[in-house]
Design a protein around this ligand. Structure first.
Ligand SMILES: Cc1ncc(COP(=O)(O)O)c(C=O)c1O
Length: 393
C-alpha cells in the first residue's frame, strides 16, 4: 500500500508517514525558478550543506542525490575498496549494505541489541577482538582472510547506537566510522548530534524522512580534505573543467539547487518536527504502557531519539501477531508496516557473514511501525490507539 497525500480520502486513511511542508519551501523554490538557478550549482546547495553540517556538529557537508549515494561516497572516502569487509547491523533498510557492495566490499552483519534495537556493539567487540587478527598492520577476519576496513553503525528509527563503545572500538582497531544517520537527523547521543560523532555521517531526505527534499542526501565529514574529495567525486571527478580532463572515475551525484532550496525551507523547522515526532512517540508509549503483549520502542537515558518511526513490538498472541494486526489496521484505513527483513536473510546479500542475529529476526517478525507523520493530529492518533487496543485488551 502506498498513500500519496493527494489521494487520501477526507478523514479516511491515516498514512504511515507523509511529508510536512509548512515553511518557506515555496518561496525558496520559486526563487530558483525566477532566477534560473535550478541545477546543481547554486547558493541553496551551499546553504543546505552548511546547514545540515551545522545541525550534525560537523565541519563540512556535501549535498548529494540521495542517502545511498552519501553512504557510497563516505565509505569510498573512508578507504573501503574491493575485497574489504565492513561491519554493520543486519536490522536496517538495505541501502547501507548495497553501498558496501557498490565498492566491491562485503558486509559482516551484527545483531540488534534487545533494549533499543540498535547494532549490538558488544557483539561487534567480540568479533573484532576474538575473530580478527592483526598482521602487517592490517586487521583481518580470520575466517575469510579479508581486511576489515570500516564500521558502519546505523541509527535506526531515530535512536542512537551506543557510540561511546563504538568509538572505542574504532580507536582500538584503527577503523574509520561511517554513521548512517539517514533516519536520525535531530537525534543526539549524550548531547552530541547523530552523524557528527564518527569520521563521516550520512543523511537522507527522501519522502518519508523527518525532513524531505523529494529525494536527496548530505554527507558530512570531520576532515576538510575528505569533503573536498567528496565534492570532486560527486561531480564526475573533473580535473580540468574547461578541458574535460579526468584522472579518476567519478559520479554524477550532486543535489540540485531546486531540491536544496526545498531542504533549506525544511531545515528551518527541524527542531519543531523532531519535537512533534517525540510527542507522537510519547503518546503511543503512554497508551501501551503496561498492556500485555505490546512493547513500545524505548529511549536510552543517554539518548535523545528523533523518533523517526514510532514502532511497537507485538507478541505473537496479541491480535494474532504483528502481520494480522497490520491487516486489521489496514481494514480500518490505518497504514502500518513491519521492520525490514534482516539483511543476513536477504537474497541480495546471500553468503555474507553474520555474527548470530536472533534479536533482529525476532524484531522483524514482531515489530510494527505506526502512523507518525509530523502533522498527525491527536484525534487520528487516538483512532490508531483505539484500533489497536479496542479489540485486543
Ligand atoms: C537506514 C537507511 N539508510 C539509507 C537510506 C537511503 O536513503 P535514500 O533513500 O535517500 O537513498 C535509508 C532510507 O531510505 C535508510 O532508512
Amino acid at each position: 500500500m502506498s498513500f500519496e497525500p493527494g489521494a487520501l480520502p477526507a478523514g479516511g486513511m491515516i498514512p504511515l508517514c507523509v511529508p510536512e511542508i509548512r515553511g518557506r519551501e515555496w518561496e525558496y523554490v520559486k526563487d530558483c525558478l525566477d532566477t534560473g538557478w535550478v541545477s546543481s550549482v547554486g547558493s541553496y546547495v551551499e546553504r543546505f550543506e552548511a546547514g545540515v553540517a551545522a545541525r550534525a556538529g560537523q565541519g563540512h557537508g556535501v549535498a548529494v542525490v540521495n542517502g545511498t549515494a552519501a553512504l557510497h561516497m563516505a565509505l569510498k572516502l573512508a578507504g573501503v575498496g574491493p575485497g574489504d569487509e565492513v561491519v554493520m547491523p543486519s536490522l536496517t533498510f538495505i541501502a547501507p549494505a548495497n553501498a558496501v557492495h557498490y565498492l566491491g566490499a562485503h558486509p559482516v552483519f551484527a545483531d540488534a541489541e534487545p533494549d533499543y534495537w540498535q547494532m549490538d556493539v558488544e557483539q561487534v567487540r567480540g568479533f573484532l577482538a576474538e575473530e580478527c587478527e592483526v598482521g602487517n598492520g592490517v586487521l583481518r577476519n580470520r575466517s575469510t582472510g579479508r581486511r576489515v576496513a570500516a564500521l558502519l553503525p546505523v541509527h535506526i528509527l531515530g535512536h542512537p547506537v551506543e557510540m561511546g563503545a563504538l568509538m572505542e572500538l574504532s580507536e582500538r582497531f584503527g577503523l574509520p566510522v561511517v554513521e548512517d544517520a539517514t533516519e536520525s537527523l535531530g537525534g543526539t547521543w549524550r548531547g552530541r548530534p547523530l552523524g557528527g560523532i564518527g569520521h563521516f555521517g550520512c543523511f537522507s531526505f527522501n519522502g518519508n524522512k523527518i525532513l524531505t527534499t523529494g529525494g536527496g542526501g548530505v554527507l558530512v565529514a570531520r576532515d576538510k580534505q575528505a569533503a573536498i574529495r567528496a565534492r570532486y567525486f560527486t561531480t564526475q571527478a573533473k580535473d580540468d573543467p574547461v578541458e574535460y580532463r579526468h584522472e579518476e572515475v567519478g559520479y554524477n551525484y550532486r543535489l540540485t539547487n531546486l531540491q536544496a532550496a526545498m531542504g533549506c525551507g525544511q531545515l528551518e523547522n527541524l527542531e519543531a518536527y523532531v519535537e512533534a515526532k517525540r510527542r507522537i512517540a510519547q503518546r503511543y508509549a503512554a497508551a501501551f504502557e503496561g498492556r500485555p503483549g505490546l512493547c513500545f520502542m524505548r529511549e536510552a537515558s543517554w539518548a535523545h531519539s528523533a523518533f523517526w518511526m514510532s514502532t511497537v513490538r507485538v507478541d505473537p498472541d496479541f491480535g494474532g501477531g504483528s502481520r494480522n494486526l497490520m491487516h486489521q489496521l489496514g481494514m480500518r484505513g490505518i497504514q502500518s508496516r513491519p521492520l525490514w527483513q534482516p539483511l543476513h536473510l536477504s537474497g541480495a546479500h546471500r553468503g555474507a557473514q553474520h555474527l548470530g542475529c536472533s534479536v533482529a529476526e525476532r524484531l522483524w517478525k514482531e515489530a510494527l511501525s505506526l502512523p507518525c507523520s509530523v502533522g498527525l493530529s491527536s484525534e487520528d492518533q487516538e483512532r490508531v490507539i483505539e484500533a489497536i487496543l479496542g479489540g485486543n485488551s
